[in-house]
Design a protein around this ligand. Structure first.
Ligand SMILES: Nc1nc2c(ncn2[C@@H]2O[C@H](COP(=O)(O)OP(=O)(O)O)[C@@H](O)[C@H]2O)c(=O)[nH]1
Ligand SMILES: [Mg+2]
Length: 417
């Protein structure tokens, strides 16, 4: 992995610089606002410093790695479900436990666990400093030095705690194992707890990948479809996003709705269209959609709302596919699959599969305010291979929407707030 820092007048400018140097696959690990200092600070602008990384697979594997060592590190991390942090002298404690019916031993263990996780929260808040320290260490270490892998004494329980935290946040065990395994590969002799945390954090950020939002530079008008199950928040999210592009970024937006199953659904969108002073039409077929778009030639973004359907309804599924594929080739399109973060894992898998039949999509997660575990976002991202784009965190239009905030979500997955 290559990590570097880039500065710009905006976050976007700094990311752009990172892309130019490291390639399109860069992910942002951290964004720091550098406020001007000193006597003339009022004349200076805030600078944004982005720490960006790119993964180079071959540099991950340490050629001098001793396979047995790796194995032994991994084997010692027995990730049985509710295991406590390792106990120094198992025999003695087990005896005590039996003698005192748990009363004596448990409080002591609880304290240890608590203090470890308290440390975790603080460490996460301090993460940008950890990343920075690591950056300077990597620079001075160079590439030739390879040490056998062992983790410091406090490192092992810490890895266990991270492992457990990820599982508690509903990250699928398969991915948790991958992430921990990959992080372990780059740990070196005496890796500190901070280094471990920063490694796991980076691995997670890389897995989430850089979010991909509406492309404003392509041909106009650009047609943006919102698809997904009923009630996940398609119409609300569409209105939020359209409003942001219209009000904050001064794009001309228009609405179409193919949700003709319920009158209330078209009325809902009409309210938002009126507020935004944007045109809205109801369409019943791909033909009608193309006709409508022809009349909206001077608009930048055309948002198409669709009806949710039970993912077992093959007929409606085929209708939706016809609609999206029926868009005239002269228009560029983007399709967003809207999913609720509160939906069960197994249902999400099925939905991700069914909608893959309809179109290549990017993912929007809604209702992040209604759950405390975000693991499914990562699970579905990795399962579908789709890019993340936006996330919705409440019912307020247009406030409760933002570009998918990878750093924030990763910190939460690792036990932060
Ligand atoms: N708590 C919460 N509610 C949301 C969010 N997004 C949408 N909703 C609510 O979910 C309900 C269904 O939204 P709607 O946009 O009509 O869903 P659709 O059927 O997919 O178009 C409405 O009550 C919305 O206010 C969100 O991010 N958080
Ligand atoms: Mg709707």
């Amino acid at each position: 992995m290559t990590i570097n820092k880039y500065q710009g007048k905006t976050k976007e400018e700094a990311v752009e610089k990172a892309k130019q140097e490291l390639g399109a696959g860069v992910v942002v690990l951290n964004v720091k606002e550098i406020k001007p200092k000193g006597m003339f600070k009022v004349f200076k602008d805030t600078i944004y410093e982005v720490t960006a990384a790119v993964e180079e697979k071959e540099r991950f594997v340490n050629p001098l790695l001793q396979p047995e060592k790796v194995k032994s590190v991994h084997d010692s991390i027995n990730m049985a479900a509710d295991e406590e942090i390792p106990i120094p002298s198992p025999k003695k404690e087990r005896q005590e436990e039996r003698d005192a019916a748990g009363q004596e031993v448990r409080p002591m263990r609880a304290t240890r666990k608590e203090s470890a996780s308290m440390g975790l929260e603080q460490r996460l808040e301090n993460l940008s400093n950890i990343l920075e320290k690591q950056l300077s260490v990597e620079e001075s270490r160079g590439e030739e030095k390879h040490e056998p892998q062992t983790v410091s004494k406090e490192g092992l329980p810490f890895i266990k705690m991270l492992y457990r935290t990820l599982l508690e946040n509903d990250v699928n065990e398969k991915y948790v194992n991958q992430i921990i395994d990959e992080a372990e590969k780059v740990l070196h002799n005496g890796s500190s707890v901070d280094q471990i945390l920063s490694n796991v954090y980076q691995k997670l950020i890389l897995k989430f990948d850089q979010p991909d939002t509406i492309n404003l530079s392509g041909k106009k008008p650009r047609v943006i479809f919102f698809i997904g199950p009923t009630g996940v928040g398609k119409t609300t999210t569409l209105a939020k996003i359209a409003s942001r592009y219209k009000v904050d970024r001064e794009r001309r937006v228009a609405f179409l709705t193919a949700d003709t199953y319920r009158i209330a659904a078209t009325e809902q969108l009409r309210v938002y269209a009126n507020i935004l002073d944007a045109p809205m039409s109801i369409i019943y077929s791909a033909e009608e959609m193309n006709d409508a778009i022809e009349h909206l030639g001077e608009y930048d973004l055309i948002f198409v709302d669709t009806a949710g359907f039970s993912h077992r309804n093959d007929e409606q599924c085929a209708d939706m596919k016809r609609l999206i594929e029926g868009l005239s080739e002269e228009y560029e399109k983007e399709v967003y699959l809207v999913l609720s973060a509160t939906t069960k894992y197994k249902d999400l898998l099925e939905i991700a599969d069914i909608y893959k039949e309809i179109a290549d999509y990017k993912l929007i997660f809604t209702k992040l305010d209604e759950t405390i575990t975000y693991g499914n976002i990562l699970n579905i991202k990795l399962y579908s291979g789709a890019k993340l784009s936006y996330m919705a965190t409440g019912q307020n239009v247009p406030d409760d929407i933002e570009v998918f905030n990878t750093q924030k979500i990763v910190k939460q997955l690792l036990g932060g707030r």
